[in-house]
Design a protein around this ligand. Structure first.
Ligand SMILES: [Zn+2]
Length: 421
């Protein structure tokens, strides 16, 4: 028995028709358009003889009970950023649905292991600024106090938005029980970057998600009159800060180089005080975002950036201070499932390519919780996502559904063979 990838593409278009406007997808979580998308998805689920329920965090689950209680989970998210694309998250969910249909037909409604598809709530965090709400609630990583304080740009709290959608914030942590029998977790996603496109490969196996170090670096000098202060008498905070810009390129070169699995560093913002045309910069604040799949390399990149900032500060007769904004460790996917993902891709006639994921995904939360996890990527045209021009060739979408289905079958066998079931 086979999946019908053409049906997945047709359903993706149906969803786009229902929830996009001229600027792109508008399925922002906990809004009426998202609720409409959810109702549409639920109707699709109801075509199957399976259990459907929404958990305490608003994640929508469909469960096909198998011979074993141990479950293979397939995840996706139907929510989008404002003016988003038609594939981000929806492809995962609708490919998952297609796999459930195939399993239901092939195994007469009872596959060897239980198979569950979950549509995570608020993966994007577009409205309240905090992504992976539903999956982090399940994994126990959701910071409840932080979530309690979140508001959207109109001052509406997350709690109020949840209540409008029938979700009681106080009960959110109870959704953790959903992962009780999970034996493996799979997620298909568009790459959202240019790596597979550049290599001309339709599909990739994701090794894990980058660890992130995010810091504010502040150089402190002395404001002085732009006309009256000789160049050799200045304590110019900007001069020291500016040297960090070429330095982060040297740091990434030393730690993985320009290779596609290497790290990345970004100075995303720079603000100066007093910030006027007639004064030497007294204070310059940079933000630095460093990402790497290898924890040791990530740690080295941070040490090297700190050492460089201190050297530049000394050279310029200024001082420097660092504040951590956020951090997460690299999250590695499961070696066996990575191998199975390669196999599944090869069986469609494509050459698999292994790559890390720059963005975090719901899969990161589930892997972090300790459930064997892997993701499959499909090539993104233009290497662009979170934008209405987000796109993937239809032939690649078809291969993605086929390969992902093969991976699901292999993962099911893996669960049984390993006695996890
Ligand atoms: Zn996504």
């Amino acid at each position: 028995m086979k999946t019908n990838p053409q049906r997945t593409i047709a359903e993706l278009k149906e969803l786009r028709e229902l929830t996009a406007d001229e600027n792109g997808a508008q399925r922002v979580a906990f809004t009426s358009t998202w609720a409409k998308a959810r109702a549409w998805l639920r109707r699709k689920f109801e075509e199957l003889p399976a259990e459907i329920h929404t958990d305490e965090a608003g994640n929508l689950w469909i469960t096909l009970r198998g011979e074993s209680e141990k479950a293979l989970l397939i995840g996706g998210h139907i929510d989008s950023v404002p003016n988003g694309g038609w594939l981000d998250g929806s492809l995962d969910t609708l490919a998952g649905l297609e796999i459930l249909r195939r399993l239901n037909a092939q195994y007469n409604g009872k596959p060897p292991v239980t198979v569950r598809l979950v549509d995570w709530a608020d993966e994007e965090g577009a409205r309240f600024g905090k992504s992976l709400f539903g999956s982090s609630a399940c994994s126990g990583h959701l910071d409840l106090e932080e979530a309690r304080a979140l508001k959207d740009k109109d001052g509406i709290t997350l709690l109020a938005a949840l209540e409008q959608n029938g979700i009681d914030f106080e009960k959110v942590p109870e959704c953790r029980k959903e992962l009780a029998n999970a034996a493996a977790y799979l997620e298909l996603h568009i790459e959202q970057g240019p790596v597979l496109l550049d290599l001309d490969r339709p599909l990739g196996t994701v090794l894990g998600t980058f660890g992130v170090e995010r810091h504010a670096i502040t150089f402190h000098g002395q404001g002085a009159h732009a006309g009256a202060t000789p160049m050799n008498k200045r304590k110019d905070a900007f001069l020291a800060a500016a040297k960090m810009s070429p330095e982060i390129y040297r740091i990434t070169d030393r730690n993985g180089g320009p290779s596609r699995t290497g790290g990345v560093c970004t100075i995303g913002s720079c603000t100066t005080k007093p910030g006027i045309v007639t004064s030497v910069v007294e204070e310059c604040r940079l933000t630095l975002d460093q990402r790497h799949l290898d924890a040791a390399a990530l740690a080295r990149m941070l040490i090297e950036a700190k050492a460089a900032s201190e050297r530049f500060a000394r050279e310029g007769n200024v001082t420097v201070s660092w504040d951590r904004i956020w951090q997460i460790e690299p999250i590695l996917f499961h070696a066996d499932l990575i191998a199975l993902c390669d196999e599944a891709i090869s069986e469609t006639g494509a050459i698999p390519h292994r790559l890390p994921s720059g963005p975090l995904h719901d899969a990161s939360e589930i892997a972090r919780f300790g459930i064997p996890t892997v993701m499959m990527f499909v090539q993104s045209l233009h290497g662009i996502s979170h934008n209405k021009i987000e796109d993937t060739k239809e032939e690649h979408l078809e291969s993605a559904v086929t390969a992902f289905d093969k991976l699901a079958e292999k993962a099911m066998k893996w669960i049984i063979d390993n006695g996890v079931a």
